[in-house]
Design a protein around this ligand. Structure first.
Ligand SMILES: [Zn+2]
Length: 356
């Protein structure tokens, strides 16, 4: 089993230095999730899918994409959403789709019938939701079921019905969770985690048994054998934890308050500009590395670079002084978190992806 991330934009705020704004696809064995969807997302998706077919040898099927997770409402993370929803309608999509993102507790209070009239940040997703509705992002207009959910991290609201619901879990065993971050608008990081895995089958012990008995034990079934009952659990090592990754969105340096194997974190600035990072509630490469240590991440992938950063070198050096496994994402890269928790970094080149 693996988790694979397709990085479709690594620039902060605006396209710069050949980089596009935010948007990633996470592939799990149960389907795909998109995290953020900045301007021009679908153009990059078309291009990436063509390269996957040509060089990766497989298709990214949009029917397997069930969920779009937004980290916050800044347009470099959301402006590509509506046109892409409309393209999926043109392509004849029939599968339901979830769009889930953060808003403020005050907005949730009001939506749940409170009398207050909160001040709403002009980039809050609730305002974009209203606008998207006016522009035709409804299930009726699109021809497929579109379920909008906004939440404050603890309470989630089905915007179609106005009812409070648990955070949707569109997959049978892969779990989604939101973790608060600190930015100039309501924001969160998203965690995607596969279920714990069976421990390894003890072949050596089972080899002494007849084939049929071994097959039952391997399938997890207890077997009567002679006088005794063999318990399948006795032939397995301890269960192994699932694979997990967190994508931060935009945030000041702040602990994510969950553990993960791979942290994909914004690194808008270097420490030399930590004053600007603090002022605009962004992180530095070193700050991302400190957060990665705090959440026990085995690997840190940097993204979301300021236009002033010409190349990734200094960011890798800075974060690499703090964390032992750091890579810098580029547009079009793929990250594969393997079954044994190792990370493969595939970088797109004119002739296809090269492993680093
Ligand atoms: Zn951003």
């Amino acid at each position: 089993m693996t988790l694979e991330v397709h990085i479709l934009g690594t620039s902060s705020a605006r396209p710069a230095q050949g980089r596009s704004v935010s948007g990633s696809i996470v592939e799990t064995h149960e389907g795909m999730v998109v995290v953020d969807c900045g301007e021009g997302f679908q153009n990059r998706l078309v291009d990436h899918r063509a390269k996957m077919k040509a060089f990766g040898g497989r298709r990214l099927k949009m029917a397997r994409m069930s969920t779009i997770l937004l980290t916050h409402g800044h347009l470099d993370h959301t402006w590509g959403l509506l046109p892409w929803l409309q393209t999926m309608a043109l392509d004849g999509r029939r599968e339901p789709l979830w769009v889930i993102g953060p808003t403020s507790p005050e907005v949730i209070d009001t939506l749940l019938g409170g009398e207050n009239e909160p001040e709403v940040n002009s980039s809050d997703l609730v305002l974009q939701y209203d606008m998207w509705m006016d522009l035709g992002a409804t299930s009726e207009a699109l021809g497929y079921e579109l379920n909008w959910v906004l939440g404050d991290g603890t309470r989630w609201l089905d915007m179609n019905t106005g009812e409070e619901i648990p955070l949707p879990q569109p997959f049978p065993s892969v779990k989604l969770s939101a973790h608060s971050t600190q930015h100039t608008v309501p924001s969160c990081a998203w965690k995607i985690m596969t279920a714990p895995r069976l421990g390894k089958f003890d072949r050596e012990a089972a080899n002494k048994l007849p084939n049929e008995v071994r097959a039952h034990l391997g399938a997890g079934e207890d077997v009567e054998f002679g006088e005794e009952v063999l318990l399948a659990a006795d032939f397995r090592e301890e269960p192994r934890p699932g694979l997990s990754l967190v994508i931060s969105g935009d945030t000041a340096e702040k602990s994510i308050e969950t553990e993960c194997d791979l942290l994909i974190h914004e690194a808008t600035f270097l420490e030399s500009h930590s004053d600007i990072a603090n002022e605009h509630l962004h992180s530095t490469a070193a700050g991302a590395a400190r957060t990665a240590l705090e959440c026990g991440a085995k690997h840190l992938a940097l993204t979301h670079y300021s236009a002033r950063l010409e190349d990734h070198g200094p960011a890798i050096v800075e974060a690499g002084d703090i964390h032992e496994s750091v890579i810098a994402c580029g547009d079009g890269d793929r990250l594969i978190l393997n079954d044994d928790f190792s990370l493969q970094h595939l970088v797109i080149q004119p002739q296809g992806w090269m492993t680093y």
